[in-house]
Design a protein around this ligand. Structure first.
Ligand code: FE
Length: 211
């Protein structure tokens, strides 16, 4: 490429509808299959994995273990990717995962301001709103307001809100606070309380009995 070429126009990605995106994905898939880069079976298998096998239930296992095993919690906060690997959780879009811990004084929330980077191995595929420009821009500027108005999550003024911007290199997820009254619950029942939204930071874990 020479420097005399005019720059490519910036695509209006944010303005594409779900239908347009689906059409483009189909087109790319068709080209890749035609060129022998992928097979239909491989595409179906990959889609199946991320639709049925990988999801927030895996992240919930990680969180429940961190709630019950202080040494695992330490390792999780020190190196999220390695700690998840201990539980056999890892892979595409999870090469570098970092867990950020909610406390009495800090509430964490994740986004990707640039596109939709997200830790797939622990959370599955991102929800549509996570990819929407409205969430990505507003959660940075006015997180307290967005959490309250869009997600019904009231964070007291006394609690600092930290917004983490994931990228292709580093993907965050939230270690929520363990709900009160769960001291006697075993790890597998604790995992049932951990919601996807609580690991994004736009919700809280369920209370026992509500799972
Ligand atoms: Fe991104």
């Amino acid at each position: 490429m020479t420097t005399t070429e005019s720059p490519l126009p910036v695509p209006a990605v944010a303005l594409r509808s779900e239908e347009e995106i689906a059409a483009r994905v189909k087109a790319l898939e068709a080209i890749m299959i035609e060129k022998g880069i992928m097979t239909t079976e491989a595409v179906d298998r990959l889609a199946g994995i991320y639709e049925n096998e990988v999801g927030p239930h895996l992240g919930a296992k990680v969180i429940a273990k961190a709630w019950t095993d202080p040494e695992f919690r330490e390792r999780l906060l020190a190196d999220g990717t390695a700690a998840c690997e201990e539980l056999g959780i890892g892979g595409m879009q999870g090469e570098d995962m970092t867990a950020v811990e909610n406390t009495d004084t800090v509430h964490n929330v994740i986004t990707c301001t640039l596109c939709s980077c997200y830790p797939w191995p622990v959370l599955g595929l991102p929800p549509n709103w996570y990819k929407a420009p409205a969430y990505r821009s507003r959660i940075v500027r006015e997180p307290r307001k967005v959490l309250r108005e869009d997600f019904g999550l009231d964070i007291p003024e006394s609690v600092e809100i930290r917004v983490w911007d994931s990228s292709a290199e580093l993907r965050y997820f939230v270690l929520p606070r363990r709900p009160e009254g769960t001291e006697d619950l075993p790890e597998d029942q604790l995992a049932e309380l951990v919601t996807r939204d609580s690991m994004i930071g736009v919700g809280r874990p369920l209370h026992p009995g509500a799972a």
